[in-house]
Design a protein around this ligand. Structure first.
Ligand code: NDP
Length: 502
């Protein structure tokens, strides 16, 4: 395992993109905010300065919301659903045509390996836009047989219409910057809504690229607006804004609770995709050759900065040593380095602050009764690298097992029990309920466990299956509502019922 200190030069197109003047997108125009404040963006692999971006605040949020409100009633409301579909599809085509640029921006901004960035942008960017382009022409209400006020059958008709919910405020995190925007933008556009986006301030580039592409394909001015800025200022102003109809938020559970309070001002609708601490449960009859790579990637994908990460590995006594040794061997062999290096399997954490937070948990683990199986150290030199870390013999009363770490730290717990309810009770000893997986060849055990684990998504013999058509979201403090699939469209729609009396 080594952190490559080499500096890899991105393509000229990417260098040109970074070197341009970065602005906010309001009403189809690139504009400067009132404040002179700027945020410097650094490559987490090299700590090199990439670019500085402007900082918007409440004033720019006001302007962007006004543009989104006007666009909602303007040309955007009049174009056909076929045209809406075509525009979303064209945005996917443009993103595909700029895949290398989007990938390099994502890698430089976030640190993730190039192969993962390309995969994520294809699956949760391009495919996602195309999936929701298809939905734009399939949104419709119902006719309902009713007899209000004693009317006879045949004397009345009630029909419903699905209308766009209105102006959407989207607030997104840094861990997968482009997909996090598209997960909200695609259903928002399909439903006919308009958006003001506040991306994570430290990963702005792929959002800016999407803004540029949205103009290029002819999405009308004001439909997609971008306000860069601090969460506590621009984000808070958006969440509290009385002319915003819905907030779509992805981020920490802590900030999700703040968003709810802010959104109460006008009772705007809120969806929240929050944190996780997902269980991976391995029974003794499981195919261990599949478990080892599945559990390793499930824990360390995106350096563990992944809400779905399977960070609690529950392994039956009979196969505990085999699984832990296998996962540790695979994790220890990861090629760690800058995401742009073609053979990198694990990149840096997003920032020094995030690495320090994660290392704080590692120190708590070392001070506990848990066994440090591997890792536990940062890597010397430039960049916010750390070793993938595994703690064995953990219990659910330990801080490292209970709290979301959002870094490459896996907690393994042993079970000897065959009482599925007792095993599931351990997996559910957390405030979160986002994801999870069960590994066994016994179909009966698999389905019983799926029913017992209190998570929004539980996979059998794989972890964190992601596809645009699979609803995704959290139970308990992992969130409100679902993204992906038909269910992911619902939060962007409202229903109007009309009754006709003949
Ligand atoms: P944060 O909650 O810190 O930030 C998320 C977004 O909210 C950022 O744009 C941030 O702005 C903004 N924000 C911060 N404070 C406020 C505020 N007071 N009012 C309004 N907006 C605010 O999360 P992270 O960016 O650190 O992301 C990591 C978290 O996201 C983890 O807990 C992870 O589990 C969760 N997550 C959940 C996913 C899911 O689908 N369930 C997917 C991915 C991540 P700024 O950048 O300026 O701080």
């Amino acid at each position: 395992m080594n952190a490559a200190a080499e500096i890899i030069t991105p393509s000229q197109e990417t260098q040109d993109f970074l070197a341009r003047k970065h602005q906010l997108l309001i009403n189809g125009e690139w504009v400067d905010p009132a404040s002179q404040e700027r945020t410097d963006i650094h490559d987490p692999a090299t700590e090199a300065f990439l670019a500085s971006v402007p900082v918007g605040g409440p004033e720019e949020v006001d302007r962007a919301v006004a543009a989104a409100r006007a666009a909602l009633k303007g040309e955007w409301s009049k174009i056909t659903t076929h045209e809406r579909s075509r525009l979303i599809w064209r945005l996917a085509d443009e993103l595909e045509a700029h895949l290398n640029l989007a990938t390099e921006l994502e890698v430089l901004d976030n640190g993730m390996p190039r192969s993962i960035a390309t995969y994520a942008i294809a699956a949760a960017g391009i495919n996602h836009l195309r999936y929701y382009a298809g939905w734009a022409t399939k949104i419709h209400g119902q006719t309902i047989p009713v007899s209000p006020g004693g009317a006879q059958n045949g004397e009345t008709l009630t029909y419903t219409q699905r209308e766009p919910i209105g102006v959407v405020g989207a607030i997104t995190p840094w861990n997968a910057p482009l997909p996090m925007v598209v997960l909200k933008l695609a259903p928002c556009l399909a439903a006919g809504c308009t958006m003001v986006l506040k991306p994570a301030e430290i990963t702005p580039f792929s959002a800016l690229l999407l803004g540029e592409l949205s103009r290029k394909v002819g999405i009308p001015p004001g439909v997609f607006n971008i306000v860069l800025g601090h969460g506590s200022e621009a984000g808070a102003a958006l969440a509290a804004h009385d002319d915003v109809d819905k907030i779509a938020f992805t981020g920490s559970t802590e900030v999700g609770k703040i968003i709810l309070k802010q959104a109460a001002s006008n009772l705007k609708k809120v969806t929240l995709e929050l944190g996780g601490k997902s269980p991976v449960v391995v029974f003794p009859d499981a195919d261990i050759e599949r478990v080892i790579p599945g559990a390793t990637r499930g824990a360390f994908f995106l350096q563990g900065q992944n809400c779905m990460a399977g960070t609690r590995l529950f392994v039956h006594d009979d196969v505990y040593d085999q699984v832990v040794e296998g996962v540790a061997a695979m994790a220890t062999a990861f090629k760690i380095g800058p995401g742009l290096a073609p053979d990198t399997e694990m990149g840096p954490l997003i920032s020094a602050a995030q690495r320090d937070t994660v290392m704080g948990y590692v120190e708590a683990g070392k001070a506990s009764e848990a066994d440090l199986v591997c890792g536990g150290e940062t890597l010397s030199g430039k960049g916010y690298f750390m070793q993938p870390t595994i703690f064995g013999q953990t219990t659910m009363d330990m801080k490292i097992a209970k709290e979301e770490i959002f870094g490459p730290v896996l907690c393994v717990q042993k079970f000897g029990d065959s009482d599925l309810e007792a095993i599931a009770a351990e997996t559910n000893k957390t405030i979160y309920g986002l994801s999870g997986s069960v590994w066994t060849r016994d179909i009966s055990v698999a389905h019983k466990m799926v029913n017992l684990i209190d998570s929004g998504q539980v996979a059998i013999n794989c972890h964190a299956a992601v596809d645009s058509a699979i609803p995704f979201g959290g139970n308990r403090q992992s969130g409100w509502g679902r993204e992906f699939g038909q269910e992911g469209l619902e939060p962007y729609l409202k229903t109007k019922s009309t009754t006709v009396m003949f």
